[in-house]
Design a protein around this ligand. Structure first.
Ligand SMILES: C[S@@+](CC[C@H](N)C(=O)[O-])C[C@H]1O[C@@H](n2cnc3c(N)ncnc32)[C@H](O)[C@@H]1O
Length: 222
């Protein structure tokens, strides 16, 4: 794997896939982007309904940053999470262990537990954080219908990995949503928005994280 650690604008690490010349997060700030797009505009928005349990489906486990932030955020709120994440290229330990996403021993223990959880099993990483990391592509995955509350669609960008953003792949993700469920992504391309609308979602273009103008949220009607 040709992957290098980079430092983004907010001081947090990301990874550069040198073969694709594509980073795993915004160069303006990895943690900043994850908090804004996935936690604030996805998870928190869903939890505003008063839910105490949430099922998350992530496309692209990557560094585990979204998983870590979700586990931390929900633990504070006393919310139970069922977190499923797809990944075709799990990172080796010597790489993820260097990432600077934790500042306390407790957070480091959690981050390590998330990474060390066995693949292709459902594991209670914490009493309120059930994690299922699957080494399968979105293309090959068999996904349940109408069981997800929030989709973190965090694939590499459409110009780098167009096969992730086709109508059929979006449909495959969207059909997992329960009524009231949400699809969030950092991408705000017109074709994506048109496809999500065609798939029956109510689509909003929202302000993006610092350095990125827009992001997208699609909600399945109740
Ligand atoms: C933008 S990064 C994800 C960042 C990640 N969510 C995080 O918090 O670090 C995209 C990820 O998608 C993975 N990926 C590539 N092709 C995939 C596929 N066909 N299905 C699922 N994941 C894929 C890549 O290996 C990479 O880890």
């Amino acid at each position: 794997m040709s992957i290098e650690i980079i430092t983004t604008g907010d001081g947090s690490h990301s990874l550069l896939n040198t073969a694709l010349n594509e980073t795993y997060h915004s160069r303006h700030g990895a943690v900043q982007e994850s908090l804004h797009v996935f936690i604030q505009e996805g998870l928190d928005r869903f939890l505003a309904s008063g839910a105490t349990t949430v099922a998350v489906l992530e496309i692209g486990f990557g560094t585990g940053l979204n998983a870590l932030l979700t586990a931390q955020h929900t633990e504070e709120k006393g919310v139970t999470v069922h977190y499923t994440s797809l990944e075709t290229a799990p990172l080796p330990e010597d790489l993820w262990v260097q990432l600077n996403y934790t500042t306390t021993p407790a957070a480091q223990t959690l981050f390590h537990a998330i990474h060390q959880a066995p693949w292709n099993q459902s594991v209670a990483v914490r009493p309120t954080f059930q994690l299922q990391k699957l080494t399968v592509s979105l293309q090959d995955a068999t996904l349940p219908t109408a069981q997800t509350d929030v989709i973190y669609f965090d694939a590499f960008a459409p110009n780098k990995q167009p096969e992730m953003w086709t109508y059929d792949m979006l449909a495959k993700a969207v059909q997992t949503l329960r009524p009231g469920g949400m699809f969030v992504t950092y991408c705000a391309k017109g074709q994506l928005k048109r496809d999500l609308k065609a798939l029956g979602l109510t689509v909003e273009t929202l302000p993006g994280p610092p350095g990125k103008k827009e992001m997208v949220r699609g909600v399945r009607s109740v």
